[in-house]
Design a protein around this ligand. Sequence first.
Ligand SMILES: [Zn+2]
Length: 153
Amino acid sequence: MEYEDFKKMYLDDLMVFYLGLELFGENGRDKIMQSTDEELNAAAGIKLDSLFTEKKIKGIAEAAKRFSEMKSVELLAYASRCGIQLEDKPIDEPEICPLCGGSLHYGAYEITDELRTQDWTCEECGATGKEAYRMIFDCHFHVRDPKGKLADR
Ligand SMILES: [Zn+2]
């Protein structure tokens, strides 16, 4: 699946997206790959029965099937690009000392292709560490043509 299709599924109907993901998680790649559409619809129907229309259930089964055709790394990368957080929240909070909860004073930072890291010292307890931010491509902006004219895009 292309990222644009994945994003469309996510934006079109969040409920279908999440329930499809859940159905995929519960049944697993192999089982879904080996199931017929009817079997998959039935599995989704048993799970969701009274809550959804038949059309919705088919959509959820279809979503689960599409997820099962993706590589796990691809699924995670797409989810990340859509801004889906895989945990409820990160284990740590930025700008807060993981040992005492004090405020951090920042030092030197380093940027690689994928990561931005920054040294810190806790202003309360004196602990030191590094904070990491993942770099995720967002968009192109302020694009100018070769003549310097702002591109209409
Ligand atoms: Zn501290």
